[in-house]
Design a binder for this molecule. Structure first.
Ligand code: ADP
Length: 170
């Protein structure tokens, strides 16, 4: 099945969904941007589970392009799916790793039985991926990934991101 793609503007921590995706860093121990916002509003239960995951399975951190789920704490969701986007460096970035973030997050969502999943624009903040390209990769990957997820909602923080994703949906 191909999920229905919807767009929303605003703060992803205010969304209601089965799973909310976090643009995490490999430490899984929190950071700035959307990661900081999710931990702030979601409360300490998320960090506690992240620490346990570090101790048990991800001693070297979560690899770029991979995804792992925790509780959503106080968020209006059942799970947070943490994924680590690639950094855009001078000259480019590894698009296959950015695509992998969306694919792996949907795979984890399927394992959990999540039917609605909210994504931020992964890698487009501190990791500097150009918004138009990130939007294209996000939409193409979701449309090309077989999944039981019924709705993928991209939650875009500002007009620039919202418009870039709108253009991709034509
Ligand atoms: P990355 O390190 O993957 O670049 P960031 O959190 O720095 O992650 O940024 C990813 C995107 O998330 C950016 O487009 C940023 O504007 C957006 N963003 C930041 N805070 C929020 C939030 N609370 N809800 C939704 N999107 C957010």
């Amino acid at each position: 099945m191909t999920p229905t793609i919807t767009l929303a503007k605003g703060d992803i921590t205010r969304e209601s969904a089965d799973a909310i995706v976090n643009a995490a860093n490999s430490s899984l121990l929190g950071g700035g941007g959307v990661d900081g916002a999710i931990h702030r509003r979601g409360g300490p239960a998320i960090l506690e589970e992240c620490r346990k995951l570090r101790a048990s399975q991800y001693g070297k951190g979560l690899a770029t392009g991979q995804a792992v789920a925790t509780t959503a704490g106080d968020l209006d969701a059942r799970w947070v799916i943490h994924t680590v986007g690639p950094v855009w460096r001078i000259g480019g970035g590894d698009a296959s790793l950015l695509a992998s973030c969306y694919r792996e997050s949907l795979r984890v969502a399927d394992e959990l039985g999540a039917r609605t999943v909210a994504f931020p624009a992964i890698s487009t903040g501190v990791y500097r991926w150009p918004m138009e390209d990130a939007a294209r990769i996000a939409v193409e990957t979701v449309l090309n990934t077989p999944t039981d997820v019924e709705e993928v909602r991209f939650v875009l923080f500002d007009d620039r991101a919202y418009e870039a994703f709108s253009r991709q949906l034509g």
